[in-house]
Design a protein around this ligand. Structure first.
Ligand code: C5P
Length: 232
């Protein structure tokens, strides 16, 4: 599995996104399109960014009954995205159906990554509000194992969890990790952060980097610094 840096394009619309992508000279980063941009602009934003030569992680976190997720995934697969995701909380059957929907007639498909427990969910909320017993880190691993059992390619997790996910689900199980900051950089609202070099050392397969690149004076230089520290 090739290591790569994914740039989170957390913009409100197409104009801001293309203003940002226009700042790149020759580099064509793997980009993440989330709900805000996708719901604002629709599938056309995916087609236009693909046309510019970028790989795309479509971060829509599907979660519904298996049949509905299968049909929705078939539509996303037709957009030719390279990676997409769902909530492991939808269960193993839903994840299996999602894989079926994603698989194209020629047998190819985008990578399918599961979200385990959202990082916004605390132990107290998981136990008291959602009624899930046990320790939160154990639930994260349980959900990761469910994703692996369903045949998914990996999970989104904190770089701090990447090692234990690989230990539990296999070295080939992909870890996609946000929460990355340059040494001495502003952590912003991220609580636990790692540098690209640390994420590499701990075994992340893909890092998702937003503001350290999108808010940099020279985004291409910041992106290339990430690549130098994480990939090379
Ligand atoms: O700007 P920043 O580097 O913090 O952006 C990180 C990206 O990763 C954002 O798109 C954010 O929504 C996403 N993400 C995250 N933490 C998670 C899951 C996704 O920061 N647990």
């Amino acid at each position: 599995m090739g290591k790569d840096v994914i740039v989170a394009c957390d913009f409100a619309g197409a104009r801001q996104t293309f203003d940002f992508l226009d700042k790149f000279g020759t580099a064509r980063p793997f980009v993440k399109i989330g709900m805000e941009l996708y719901y604002a602009e629709g599938p056309d934003i995916v087609r236009k960014i693909k046309e510019r030569g970028h790989k795309i992680f479509l971060d829509l976190k599907l979660h519904d009954i298996p049949n509905t997720v299968k049909k929705a995934m078939a539509v996303l697969s037709g957009l030719n995205v390279d990676m997409t995701n769902l909530h492991a909380g939808g269960g193993i059957e839903m994840m299996k159906y999602a894989l079926e929907g994603l698989t194209r007639p020629d047998g190819t498909r985008p990578l399918l990554i599961a979200v385990t427990m959202l990082t916004s969910i605390s132990q107290d909320v998981m136990t008291g509000e959602l009624g899930i017993s046990g320790q939160l880190p154990d639930t994260v691993i349980k959900y990761a194992k469910n994703a692996a059992a369903a045949g998914l390619d990996g999970v989104v997790c904190s770089p701090l969890e990447a090692r234990v996910v690989h230990e539990s689900c296999g070295a080939g199980f992909v870890t996609v990790t946000p929460g990355v900051r340059f040494a001495g950089g502003d952590a912003g609202d991220q609580k636990r952060v790692m540098t690209p070099a640390e994420a590499k050392k701990i075994g992340s397969d893909y890092i998702v980097v937003g503001r350290p690149i999108t808010a940099a004076p020279d985004p291409e230089e910041a992106y290339l610094r990430c690549v130098r520290e994480f990939v090379d």
